[in-house]
Write a protein that binds this ligand. Structure first.
Ligand code: TEU
Length: 571
């Protein structure tokens, strides 16, 4: 590390509060297992709250813990108002809310209301027939005219699902198909139906009144579909792309405005609302989060994490630091001072960033901390995904049997068994980009199962926990963890970091990611070397500044950035 201790002190008050906040995401299945069944749980989180609190974060975003058949690890919910027994009980959740609040942190829950589980009572009833109370709560359609239901080509349109295959499932007892943008066990709710909306709003209110502090809203830009559901353009998978007809549908702003009116406005809290929005454009992102006219506090967008896929995430398109910095800068410029962005490299859907865009070998520490520095010095709200604060890496999966994720397994099946692709090529793509890279257990210690469980973990631990683990880093001032603490403390204390305007420097430089933040005449300048070689750099913007931090043990030579060195200068 270097110049990053002592920790920057002091605490800004910003309005709204989340403008100086940092979020930590817990993926409960993989965080900590208290009862030895091999699956993480709420008690496990309670046991490790000091790890989160000591990092200094303000908000915990908890991925779904509701009752669920776990087809998509909890993103398929069968009871919105209960906790899955595998994770614990409502009492445990109340304890978690209280324990977080005691430590000055807030809890944001995942809200998955584009779809439910097919085992939700609403759907179990809806599938029975067209005269049931919830008959119209899902998106049901007749077979394509001239085709017999359940036969190839009879699907109401040609859309493919995100998890491979058709987006439609035939239900003989009802004589209709239902739409599922994700797995067959995740039928899409019909947001055109006012009864659906009010049931969802009531459920949200129930959670807020229980004491939670907001929602991260899963694929919330997909709620409104073009009612015509037209065929989409056919891609390499053989299925049509419905994206233009559901990603920013005609009534999306109405639905979110109604949600705000019905759920948030009548309540006294200062809640956080985050819209997870795959494929949203910067202009749309601004419309959703405009501080005067928007419906949500911040957007969680996908542009930068989609750059290295060619058409599909499984087909690799190598990218450069120029692609990355341009994408982030485009969003900084588009959202400006009116909108607000989430800043992230990692979550439960993305491979580990130090393996993806850093160097998880020789310059592991330097690149993990450089990526962190660059991200956390942008304007927006930084998100830390469990284990990122340790520099956790991708897992070197060897065999298809080591994977657990439905998206990955369905892709393998479709690619190998239907499209006839070479299994080794498919496995290589999965090793690079599969969501399971993020879902391997949190590495607490160098002991058995990385200290995650006393049982057999539901997915294998990464063997590198022998040296890469929380216990080894917690008290080490030169650790990745210490660097994250420093960055979080900086956001809390420095108005330039929390609020400053952004300007990209050297936009075409092939090795350096540099930018400036400015607030009321004060400036911060960040310069990071995104290569494993020394790079000479003269940056006039650093004149009149002092070096606040670097991820090397000494200041080095002026005008030279060492491999993956990331420097923060401040006036
Ligand atoms: O993900 C949104 C989404 O569009 C995913 O398909 C994502 O792009 C993909 O996982 C990347 O490979 C959200 C959740 O974060 C994800 O875990 C769920 O599977 C999905 O919604 C369905 O609820």
């Amino acid at each position: 590390m270097g110049l990053s201790s002592p920790l920057p002190a002091g605490r800004l008050t910003t309005d709204p509060w989340w403008r100086s906040a940092v979020v930590y995401q817990v993926y409960p299945r993989s965080f900590a297992d208290a009862d030895g069944d091999g699956i993480g749980d709420l008690r496990g989180i309670l046991d490790h709250l000091d790890h989160i609190a000591d990092l200094g974060v303000d908000v915990v975003w908890l991925s779904p813990v509701y009752r669920s058949p776990q087809d998509d690890n909890g993103y398929d919910i069968s009871d919105y108002q209960d906790i899955d027994p595998m994770f614990g009980t409502l009492r445990d959740l109340d304890d978690l809310i209280a324990a977080l609040h005691e430590r000055g942190m807030r809890l944001v829950m995942d809200l998955v209301v584009n779809h439910t589980s097919d085992e939700h009572p609403w759907f179990e009833e809806s599938r029975q027939g067209r005269d049931t109370a919830t008959a119209d709560w899902y998106i049901w359609r007749d077979p394509r005219p001239g085709f017999e239901g359940g036969t190839p080509g009879a699907e109401p349109n040609n859309w493919g699902s995100f998890f491979s295959g058709s987006a439609w499932q035939w239900v003989p007892e009802r004589g209709q198909y239902y739409l599922h943008l994700f797995s067959r066990k995740q039928p899409d709710l019909n947001w055109e139906n006012p009864e659906v909306r009010s049931a969802v709003f009531r459920m949200m209110g129930w959670w807020l009144d229980r004491g939670i502090d907001g929602f991260r809203m899963d694929v919330v830009n997909f709620l409104s579909k073009d009612p015509e559901l037209p065929d989409g353009e056919v891609g390499p998978s053989g299925w049509g792309d419905g994206f233009p007809y559901f990603s920013y549908g005609p009534r999306i702003h109405d639905h979110l405005a109604e949600m705000r009116r019905e759920v948030f406005d009548p309540r006294p809290g200062t809640y956080l609302t985050v819209g997870e929005m795959p494929g949203v454009t910067p202009e749309q992102g601004l419309r959703f989060t405009d501080s005067e006219t928007g419906q949500l506090d911040m957007v969680f967008q996908f542009e930068h994490v989609s750059l290295d896929g060619e058409g599909s995430k499984w087909v690799h398109r190598p990218i450069t630091v120029v692609d990355l910095k341009r994408s982030l800068a485009r969003w900084q410029d588009a959202l400006g001072t009116r909108g607000w962005n989430s800043l992230y490299w990692n979550n439960h859907d993305q491979p580990r960033v130090v393996s993806r865009w850093g160097d998880d070998g020789r310059f592991w520490y330097e690149s993990a901390t450089a990526l962190a520095t660059v991200l956390h010095l942008h304007r927006g709200t930084p998100y830390v995904y469990q284990g990122e604060e340790l520099g956790m890496t991708n897992v070197d999966f060897q065999d298809i049997r080591e994977f657990r994720d439905i998206e990955s397994l369905n892709y393998y099946d479709a690619a190998v068994n239907q499209l006839g692709l070479d299994p080794d090529t498919v496995l290589a793509a999965m090793r690079r980009i599969s969501r399971d890279n993020a879902r391997a257990p949190m590495q607490w210690t160098d002991g058995e199962q990385a200290g995650f469980t006393s049982g057999r973990p539901w997915i294998d631990v990464n063997p590198n926990h022998s040296w890469l683990n929380a216990a080894a880093q917690r008290d080490d001032p030169t650790s990745v963890y210490a660097h994250y603490r420093m960055l979080i403390a900086l956001r809390h204390s420095d108005p330039v970091v929390a609020l400053g305007q952004f300007r990209l420097l050297l936009p075409e430089h092939p090795a350096i990611w540099a930018f400036e933040r400015e607030h009321e005449g004060a400036r911060a300048v960040v310069a990071a070397n995104f290569t494993s070689e020394d790079v000479e750099l003269a940056l006039p913007e650093t004149e009149g500044t002092r070096l606040l931090s670097t991820n090397y043990p000494d200041e080095g030579t002026p005008g030279l950035l060492r491999p993956w060195e990331a420097r923060i200068h401040r006036t």
